[in-house]
Design a binder for this molecule. Structure first.
Ligand code: GDP
Ligand code: MG
Length: 661
């Protein structure tokens, strides 16, 4: 099968294009660094199947950060038949820098000149024919978010597969050209399919990966020494020549309006990125989102799923009684599955609403501002500004949050960002808060949710500071967050992302949660003859062993202990288990009143804080292991948040009790 790779700067619209080409559901966001791992999909065109690969965005094809290496390695080793170079038309100069490197690599290229709608708004006038001729690369103009130009692009990409790669017309100057020729002579025929020009250029640029690859061959070493000895800054020289090439072309084929227009973006940014107002505005926006989530998700949509589940329980149980089913089956389906898994599903509307709003913040470009505003705080704490981006991603789920730390070039920055991510309150934890809010803090739901998220951020920042002072010393690299323009959110991609998260949630309910509930249901009936869900059951005994640990935090019951334990499989399991052991019935209200009986407002708070902070779920621990390639860090991430969560909930409970709550 032929392979088409999408390559381009961050935030140029690659993933939007990828989704349009393949009908996939990849996450799109109006900020850089959303895609960190390559994603593959299929495209059918003229009865032929093509493999399409979406790569992380890069400005250059060096070997600096991990996401950049993913892109570069794929172009070199994945050997795509054609590369679609996505170029942001509003920022051609910078985007074409990557194009010059693709030219050097000798790959077949089609340019998708994207964001043409915005370019038009900004009155940027681009002569496509001329630009294409000068670069020697075919260009198709597109508006990926509106699916404009997609068919032409596919057609052109497929045609290009059968053509020769474009000729690199960059003139590097006599000295560099001479050196390239020398190196090519030495490497003759031994470049394993890569363009020998590219290898030669990379050697001159001092690219260690390439140099290590060719070292020791046929006098290459002597040549390397000779190159170093000449008092030329080869790398700088080559970069300059690439820019000369670009500027020369732009001058001829792109016209920008003389006076720079003060756009609406500039005006809004003045306020929301203001030194003093920025953070309060961010907090206010988040607070409003949580309030709105409650109004819409709970009050308007909340009852829907709940009433479905209740009617389902009624139908299932009357059917089971009618056909004289055994008691254990009725109990399993009603208490275990509907009581457990159902307790989690009740919250789908609320979670959907929250992700809808967060998706809008992301797609308009506001989240990039939030990260920008937080940059100062992060730096003051010795953390890298990009850390905050991975933290925001962690609000969805800690697994992609941890993956997002790949955009951090510096190992130290990355490790810190990765280790504090689990404190970001992910979607799976929301059902837990919601049960306790419904039981004790009905009228302050938005505020409680907001405070928990805020607490998560605070703990993450404090731990980050601590790590940068202890485990990972050293300078943090500098970072200038690039602010994308504000965009009208594309409903298609906002809804798609929302659905993606909800679908993940549903899938977990149907797999992990289902499995946990089944296992615990069994444990609750053994040894044979015990009263189900009693302390004498195996489940009760396991819980009772753990319970004393949580006694100082105020929730030392076997039920709470078992639920926390099960929550390590997946956080939603906490609610599923509470639903089983406390309610075990079809009525949603039963869980709430059981929780009201078993907890007090104070222990509810300390329990919520514990669920926010304690050991992350198994998938998160596995991701930490995979990303750090170390068991040590996997064990660390399982243990230290538990300790932090325990200490904090004990403090809350003890002080609260002293104060008489
Ligand atoms: P990537 O980082 O290159 O993968 O970029 P994304 O596909 O995530 O898109 C970045 C942002 O640009 C998203 O908010 C998209 O909705 C938006 N976008 C993508 N293509 C276009 C386009 O042609 N015009 C406009 N106005 N917005 C676009
Ligand atoms: Mg992307």
């Amino acid at each position: 099968m032929r392979t088409i790779a999408l390559v381009g700067n961050p935030n140029s619209g690659k993933t939007t294009l990828f989704n349009a080409l393949t009908g996939s559901n990849q996450h799109v966001g109006n900020w850089p660094g959303v895609t960190v791992e390559k994603k593959e999909g299929k495209l059918r065109f003229n009865d032929q199947l093509y493999n399409v690969v979406d790569l992380p965005g890069t400005y250059s094809l060096g070997a600096y950060s991990e996401d950049e290496i993913v892109a570069r390695d794929f172009i070199i080793q994945g050997n795509p038949d054609v590369v679609i170079n996505v170029v942001d038309a509003t920022n051609i100069e910078r985007n074409l820098y990557l194009t010059t490197q693709l030219l050097e690599m000798g790959t077949k290229i089609v340019i998708a000149l994207n964001m043409m709608d915005e370019a038009k708004l900004k009155k940027i006038d681009i002569n496509l024919n001329d630009l294409s001729k000068q670069l020697g690369i075919p260009i198709i103009s597109t508006v990926a978010s509106k699916r404009k130009g997609i068919n032409e692009l596919i057609e052109k990409a497929v045609d290009t597969i059968n053509e020769d790669a474009p000729v690199n017309k960059i003139s590097y100057g006599e000295e560099i050209h001479k050196e390239i020729e020398e190196l090519k002579k030495l490497l003759e025929g031994r470049t394993e399919g890569y363009s020998s020009d590219w290898i030669a250029i990379k050697i001159l640029e001092g690219d260690e990966e390439v140099i290590n690859h060719v070292k020791g061959r046929n006098h290459v070493n002597e040549r390397l020494i000779a190159i170093k000895d000449k008092s030329v800054d080869w790398e700088l020289e080559i970069v300059n020549k690439r820019y000369d090439f670009i500027n020369n072309i732009i001058e001829k084929s792109v016209k920008k309006p003389d006076e720079t227009v003060v756009t609406l973006t500039d005006k809004i940014d003045k306020a929301v990125t203001n030194k003093y107002l920025g953070i309060p505005i961010f907090a206010l926006i988040m607070y409003m989102i949580f309030q709105l989530t409650f109004v819409i998700g709970q009050d308007l949509l909340g009852g829907i799923v709940e009433s479905w589940i209740e009617s389902l329980a009624v139908i299932v149980s009357s059917f089971l009684y009618a056909v004289n089913s055994p008691d254990w089956l009725i109990s399993f389906l009603i208490e275990g599955i509907i009581g457990g898994v159902g307790a989690v599903l009740v919250f789908v509307p609320l979670i959907m609403t929250l992700y809808f709003f967060l998706g809008i913040l992301e797609d308009t470009g506001y989240m990039a501002r939030a990260a920008y505003v937080m940059d100062g705080v992060m730096r003051a704490l010795g953390l890298h500004g990009k850390t905050f981006i991975s933290m925001i991603v962690g609000f969805g789920c800690n697994v992609p949050g941890i993956m997002a730390t790949r955009t951090l070039e510096n190992k130290k920055d990355r490790m810190i960002a990765l280790l504090i991510n689990p404190f970001m309150s992910c979607g799976a934890r929301i059902p837990i808060y919601l049960v306790f809010i419904a039981a004790f803090f009905e009228s302050n739901g938005g505020l409680v949710l907001f405070s928990l998220y805020l607490l998560g951020i605070l703990i993450a920042l404090i731990m980050g500071k601590l790590f940068s002072k202890t485990l990972f010393k050293g300078e943090s690299s500098h970072f200038i967050m690039e602010l994308p323009p504000y965009r009208l959110p594309s409903m298609r991609s906002v809804l798609r992302d929302m659905w993606d998260k909800v679908w993940d949630f549903l899938k977990r309910a149907g797999t992990v949660i289902f499995a946990v509930v089944t296992l615990l249901w069994i444990l609750s009936r053994f040894p044979l003859g015990v009263v189900p869900y009693s302390q004498e059951s195996i489940l009760g005994k396991i819980g009772s062993i753990i319970a004393p640990i949580f006694a100082p935090a105020g929730f030392g019951t076997w039920q709470a202990s078992v639920s926390l334990f099960a929550g390590i499989a997946a956080k939603e399991a906490v609610v599923a288990v509470l639903g089983m052991v406390y309610a075990g019935s079809s009525e949603g209200a039963a869980l709430i009143s059981a929780v009201q009986g078993a907890f007090t407002p104070l222990t509810a708070i300390s329990f919520m804080v514990m669920t926010l902070l304690y050991t992350p779920c198994a998938a998160t621990i596995a991701t930490v292991k995979q990303e750090t390639k170390s068991n040590k860090w996997a064990v660390f991430i399982a243990i230290y948040p538990f300790i932090i969560g325990w200490i904090l909930s004990v403090i809350i409970y003890q002080i609260g009790s002293l104060l008489g709550f």
